[in-house]
Design a protein around this ligand. Structure first.
Ligand code: SAH
Length: 346
């Protein structure tokens, strides 16, 4: 019977050290291998040039390295790059490199497909196949860091968990990936440059606060009126706004970290005064800022971007209430790389 070999990157450094001790080797060998796996990004045991041939064969017999493969890269005319990433079991997720004058941001996926059902999002139409493993999330970041160095002559500066999936429905793996991204044994990035975006899974927001995480939180709000929110994001019936508010207040008490609300304004859905007033009121509960995201049409026209005058009305109302609000232009629309467009089309 063939046994399924374990992904060596699911082991901690200590477990790899123990493996070598069990094999009658030195624990130190584990440190070397660990460094190859994480800091040096080895794709195969053969890459580990300062490890003896016998040891590499031994590793081969016991483990695999489930490294991702960038299957295709699409370049937008605004400099955005979209990677279609093939996982070890053949499934595909997408990640995006978004360059500006001063920074490069990686937008990474946390699930294959998505657990949620936002009516305006193309990813939501894909079934959730599975959660990504920590190393599969980490590898997406490494791939974009390399592309940033290659195409923009600078390292990656920021990471947003705004690709496919709901990160808080894959919380343990997202946390492990962030630990690696921020640790000196991984990429050594500051957690302040990482933003995790959620549709508002209240109990997990509280859990993150309890875990005293140091990264930033964004919430896809889109409406501060329960009935409207339930209609466009049906799963939110399980996460009502008063509960979300309470979780966000808890988050701020514990972390003192401002929240970003993501908000799209659609014709006939949230483009009236009532919707604006509700958002302004909601924004007063916890220190925050608002990013108004341009709507990226995904198909039949059920959702349409609201008139620019309404967007202006939102910005004015928020600013008058002392809340910072900005309009975020979409990037990479021509290659279906913008918010809500990730759907493995190619
Ligand atoms: N599940 C998480 C992570 C995805 S982030 C979350 O919902 O926050 C992707 C962001 O793009 C979310 O704010 C989402 O609401 C928004 N979005 C989805 N579809 C969109 C579309 N068609 N146009 C613009 N933004 C969209």
């Amino acid at each position: 019977m063939q046994t399924i070999k374990k992904d060596i990157r699911s082991l901690t450094k200590e477990q790899i050290r123990e493996f070598f001790v069990m094999q009658g080797d030195k624990a130190f060998r584990g440190n070397q291998v660990y460094e190859w796996l994480w800091s040096k990004g080895a794709h195969s045991f053969d890459d580990m040039t300062n490890i003896s041939k016998e040891t590499r064969i031994l590793l081969e017999q016991h483990f695999v390295i489930n490294h991702i493969q960038v299957d295709t890269m699409q370049h937008s005319n605004d400099g955005t790059i979209k990677n279609a990433v093939r996982l070890h079991d053949g499934l595909i997720v997408e990640s995006v490199l978004i360059p500006t004058n001063t920074r490069t941001t990686a937008c990474v996926s946390s699930q294959v497909g998505c657990s949620l059902d936002c009516n305006f999002c193309a990813t939501a139409r894909l079934k959730r196949m599975r959660n990504l493993a920590p190393d599969e999330i980490y590898d997406q970041v490494v791939a974009i860091d390399q592309e940033s160095r290659l195409y923009h002559n600078r390292p990656l500066s920021n990471i947003v968990f705004m690709g496919m999936g709901e990160p808080l429905m894959n919380y343990p793996n997202v946390m492990k990936a962030i630990e690696k991204i921020t640790s000196d044994e991984g990429l050594g990035m500051s957690p302040k440059r990482i933003t995790v975006s959620t549709s508002g899974v209240s109990k997990m927001i509280k859990k993150m606060a309890d875990d005293e995480v140091k990264f930033k939180l964004a919430v896809s709000l889109h409406s501060a009126i329960e009935e409207t929110r339930n209609k466009i994001m049906p799963f939110t019936k399980s996460f009502p706004l008063p509960e979300l508010r309470e979780a966000l207040e808890y988050w701020y008490r514990k972390t003192k970290s401002k929240i970003t609300y993501e908000y799209v304004v659609w014709k006939g859905i949230n483009d009236d005064k009532k919707a604006i007033d509700a958002l302004v009121k909601f924004c007063k509960y916890v220190p925050c800022k608002v990013n108004i995201i341009e709507y990226n049409p995904i198909d039949d026209g059920e959702f349409q971007q609201a008139d620019p005058t309404v967007i202006d009305a939102y910005i004015t109302a928020l600013n008058n209430a002392g809340i910072v609000a900005k309009v975020r232009r979409s990037r990479g629309k021509d290659i279906d790389a913008a918010c809500g467009q990730l759907a493995n089309k190619s």
